[in-house]
Unconditional design. Structure first.
Length: 317
C-alpha cells in the first residue's frame, strides 16, 4: 500500500505525526493529488502544525485564532455551545453578541482548525446523566507548539499569552455586556452558552492583562459601571461563593463594584473606580469591604491604593 509505505518510512515512531498526515491525505480526491501529497510530507510535527496553520483560508483566520486562544489559555476545555458563542462575539466592530451570528451546525466548529482540535463527548461530572460535548486541543503537542517560540510571527502575535488572555477577557466582557438582563439568571445561562464561563473566568484573565490593554480597561469599567450587566454577571458567578454552581436571582444584595475589582486583583479597574469617586469604605461582600477583600487575596498593590485613598483599616471586615 503506497500510503502505508510512505508513512511508515517517514514516521520515525511518531504516532501523532501519522495521525496528522492521514487526516491531511483524506482531503485528496484523486490519485495524482495523493501522489503529490505523499511526495512532500512534512518531516516533523512542528512543520506539520505550521503547514496546517498556514493553509487556513484568510476568511477563517480570525475565528480560528480565537478558538486557539481560548483552548490554549483557558482553565478548561470549552463546551461546544461556549465555543460557538465565543467566535460570534464582535469585540472591535462594536456589535457585541447577536445570537443570529451563531453557527447553524455547532459541531462543524472543529472544521476551522481540524487536526489541531477535536470534538469530544463525555458525561457530566455532576453524575446527572447529562452528556457534555467539548472542543479540545487534539493533543498535548498542539499546546506545546502553540506556546513555543517556534511559531510563525504572524500567528505568534495572537497566541502570545498576554495578548491571548486579554482577548479572552474582552470577549467575555463584551458577551456579558450584551446579554438580555431582563431574563431570569437561570434562563440566561440556558440561552446564552458562554454566559457562565464569561462570568466565572473574565477576571482571572483581565487581572494579568488589563494594564496592557486600554480597550480591556474600558470594557471592564463599562461593566462595573453598568448596573444590569454587573448584577447579572455576579449572579451568574459570585467569587465570594465559588462553590455555588447554580446561578441565583435571589442572592442577597451584591457587594459594590470596587469590592469585586479589589477581590479579583484588577489594579487598573480599582484605580479607575477610585478616580471616578467609588466609596473606598463601602460595605458588602464576604470580607466586608474592598480593603479586606484585596488583603485576603494578597493583592498588595491594591491594598496600598485603597489605603492611599483613605480606606479605614479599622472598619469591620
Amino acid at each position: 500500500d503506497e500510503i502505508e509505505t510512505a508513512l511508515t518510512e517517514k514516521a520515525n515512531g511518531m504516532f501523532r505525526w501519522v495521525t496528522c498526515q492521514l487526516e491531511s491525505l483524506e482531503k485528496c480526491l484523486e490519485y495524482p493529488t495523493l501522489q503529490r501529497a505523499l511526495g512532500c510530507l512534512p518531516k516533523t510535527l512542528d512543520e506539520t502544525y505550521a503547514r496546517i496553520l498556514s493553509s487556513i483560508p484568510s476568511e477563517y483566520e480570525h475565528h480560528t485564532r480565537r478558538i486557539l486562544q481560548f483552548l490554549t489559555f483557558s482553565e478548561r476545555p470549552l463546551r461546544i455551545e461556549e465555543a460557538v458563542d465565543a467566535i460570534a462575539v464582535d469585540v472591535k466592530g462594536g456589535k457585541g453578541f447577536d445570537p443570529k451570528n451563531r453557527m447553524p451546525e455547532p459541531r462543524e466548529i472543529s472544521r476551522y482548525c481540524s487536526t489541531l482540535v477535536v470534538v469530544v463527548a463525555r458525561q457530566s461530572p455532576k453524575d446527572d446523566g447529562e452528556a457534555i460535548t467539548e472542543l479540545q486541543l487534539a493533543h498535548f503537542s498542539v499546546k506545546e507548539y502553540l506556546t513555543s517560540n517556534r511559531l510563525d510571527q504572524s500567528v505568534a502575535e495572537d497566541l502570545e499569552e498576554t495578548t491571548a488572555r486579554a482577548s479572552i477577557a474582552k470577549v467575555c466582557l463584551t458577551y456579558l455586556l450584551g446579554l438580555n438582563q431582563s431574563l431570569p439568571t437561570r434562563e440566561i445561562r440556558r440561552l446564552f452558552g458562554l454566559a457562565q464561563f464569561s462570568a466565572r473566568y473574565w477576571m482571572e484573565h483581565a487581572a494579568v492583562t488589563e494594564r496592557h490593554s486600554l480597550e480591556l480597561q474600558k470594557l471592564a469599567f463599562n461593566f462595573f459601571s453598568s448596573q444590569a450587566p454587573f448584577s447579572c454577571g455576579y449572579r451568574l458567578y459570585n467569587p465570594d461563593e465559588p462553590w455555588e454552581e447554580e446561578p441565583e436571582d435571589d442572592r442577597p444584595h451584591l457587594a459594590p463594584a470596587l469590592y469585586y475589582a479589589s477581590f479579583g486583583g484588577l489594579d487598573c479597574s480599582v484605580e479607575n473606580l477610585l478616580d471616578k469617586g467609588a466609596d473606598v469604605n463601602a460595605q458588602g461582600g464576604t470580607f466586608g469591604n474592598a480593603l479586606y477583600a484585596a488583603s485576603s487575596e494578597g493583592h498588595e498593590k491594591i491594598v496600598q491604593m485603597l489605603l492611599d485613598k483613605g480606606a479605614d483599616v479599622n472598619a469591620q471586615g
